[in-house]
Design a protein around this ligand. Structure first.
Ligand code: ADP
Ligand code: MG
Length: 249
């Protein structure tokens, strides 16, 4: 089977009258259906730019992005962008409304996800009544409601406190696996990437190039947030990737 996402020699330059910024240089990789791939790289290296070209919102300056699916776009960001004046129910319909797909069937599916992932009792509450982790879960359900095949997550857990982040990142990985989606997460957090991914792609500092690709096999089932981190292989992956990241402070 063909990979669901294929990037070949993708470069992106941002041009303004004052200057040219090279953000991505010759990026090539592919992602298989059902895979959870993380992309790590130093801050400012071009990670968000990479997701923008995969989503089709930004055209590469050269190279090609091929998506073998007709409903790719499911974006999750650092901020959950839930609307405070709408109930959780009306928030999770938002993506459907925007895409003009607010049918009875799709609403039922959105409610099924609320039920399945423990938010049904919060359906009529407002976002301010939910914890940070629950809000992020609601944001994921809003994204899943539109049935995207590929989810793009941009530092989706970075705004949460440490404990919540451990718990939610793992939970969201489990939901994405259960729903059989493909996910591409960009993050600057090596531990997060190693603990929830099938593969980790390491980018260089700007302009981002692919430095290495690691297949992660922690030999645990990864059901709980601490499983992965307790694997003896966890620190080996962490140290290897840490050495490759150009972090200068
Ligand atoms: P990251 O997500 O890894 O922090 P970004 O992809 O946001 O990095 O940015 C990579 C580089 O491209 C940065 O130097 C940033 O300032 C620049 N950049 C990002 N977006 C734009 C834009 N719309 N116009 C010009 N430069 C941009
Ligand atoms: Mg970014």
């Amino acid at each position: 089977m063909e990979p669901i996402v294929v990037l070949e020699n993708v470069s992106v330059n941002y041009n303004s009258p004052e200057m040219e910024t090279k953000a991505l240089e010759n990026i090539s990789f592919s992602v298989e259906e059902g895979e959870f791939v993380s992309v790590v790289g130093p801050s400012g290296c071009g990670k968000s730019t990479l997701l923008s070209v995969i989503s089709g919102l930004l055209k590469p300056s050269s190279g090609t992005v091929k998506i073998n699916s007709n409903n790719i776009l499911g974006y999750m960001l650092q901020k959950d962008y839930l609307f405070e004046w709408r109930t959780i129910e009306n928030n999770i319909y938002l993506g459907l409304e925007i895409q003009n797909k607010l049918t009875k069937e799709n609403k039922e599916y959105a409610n099924l996800l609320l039920e399945k992932y423990g938010l049904i009792d919060f359906k009529n509450k407002y976002p301010s009544e939910l914890s940070g982790g629950m809000r992020q879960r609601a944001a994921l359900i809003r994204t899943l409601a539109t049935k995207p095949e590929v989810l793009l997550l941009d530092e989706a857990f970075s705004a949460l406190d440490y404990q919540t982040r451990l718990y939610i990142s793992n939970e969201i990985k489990n939901i994405i696996k259960k729903e059989k989606k493909t996910a591409i997460l960009v993050t600057h957090d090596i531990s997060e990437a190693v603990s929830i991914s099938d593969r980790v792609i390491v980018l260089s500092k700007r302009p981002a190039k692919v430095k290495s690709i690691h297949v992660i096999d922690l030999e645990t089932n990864g059901e709980t947030a601490t499983d992965a981190r307790q694997s003896p292989k966890f620190k080996d992956y962490f140290n290897e990737i840490w050495k490759e990241l150009d972090i200068h402070v």
